[in-house]
Ligand binder design. Structure first.
Ligand SMILES: Nc1ncnc2c1ncn2[C@@H]1O[C@H](COP(=O)(O)OP(=O)(O)O)[C@@H](O)[C@H]1O
Ligand SMILES: O=P(O)(O)OC[C@H]1O[C@H](OP(=O)(O)OP(=O)(O)O)[C@H](O)[C@@H]1O
Length: 188
């Protein structure tokens, strides 16, 4: 028996962390685990249930084969612990806060994964990033500029991606995510 990888992607500030937090209990009820990422971000700025490490620690972990997936973006390195493969093997679903850029490599390793793309009205996105206050204005602008690389073309190049709009209340997005996981076809 094997579980399914659910790969949640979307622009910085689209609400991935918020959605995972809000849906955590109900995901657990469905046998879906949320993996804790390893990030080279200072602990006080992690802003999510992630493990903050130095670049050197990250490199050591990577050399030891600690990660099932890893990528670099926004000046940071991200690792997804290898234990997700054990969880999947024992039948649990695993939800990963992923990277749009790394989607092709992730699909190679997990061809049957469910990809959920979180979107938000661009006018709202910048406001949410500013209100979050985790990055400087320059860093926010860099993150917004990064979106130009993906925007429209992601769901065209990957038609099996399920698009989830988070421009409205978070509770609605939670319901849509759970519906998508329970029954992927209607949310295509
Ligand atoms: N549906 C929503 N309505 C209003 N604010 C939201 C909503 N979803 C997320 N936010 C806020 O937007 C900001 C960015 O959300 P976050 O979860 O950190 O995004 P991401 O993990 O995708 O970068 C946070 O301050 C969060 O509280
Ligand atoms: O290739 P991309 O789709 O642009 O993604 C790059 C990285 O940015 C996000 O992480 P992070 O948690 O640092 O940013 P966020 O919380 O601002 O989304 C996302 O989860 C990826 O790890």
């Amino acid at each position: 028996m094997s579980g399914r990888l659910i790969y949640l992607i979307g622009p910085s500030g689209s609400g991935k962390d918020s959605l995972l937090d809000a849906a955590r209990t109900r995901l657990a009820e469905r046998g879906c685990r949320i993996v804790r990422r390893v990030i080279t971000r200072s602990a006080e700025a992690v802003g999510e249930a992630a493990l903050g490490v130095s670049m050197q620690q990250f490199a050591e972990m990577q050399a030891q084969g600690a990660f099932a997936l890893s990528w670099q973006a926004n000046g940071l390195a991200y690792g997804i612990p290898r234990e997700i493969d054990e969880w999947l093997a024992t039948g649990d679903d695993v939800l990963v806060n992923g990277s749009r850029e790394h989607l092709p490599q992730t699909r190679e390793r997990y061809p049957d994964m469910l990809v959920v793309l979180l979107t938000v009205d661009p006018a709202v996105l910048r406001q949410r990033l500013l209100a979050r206050g985790r990055e400087s204005v320059a860093e926010i602008d860099q993150r917004l500029a990064r979106n130009d690389r993906f925007s429209e073309r992601l769901s065209v190049e990957h038609p099996s991606v399920h698009v989830l709009d988070n421009s409205g209340p978070l509770e609605h997005t939670v319901e849509h995510l759970l519906a998508c996981i329970d029954e992927p076809d209607p949310c295509a």
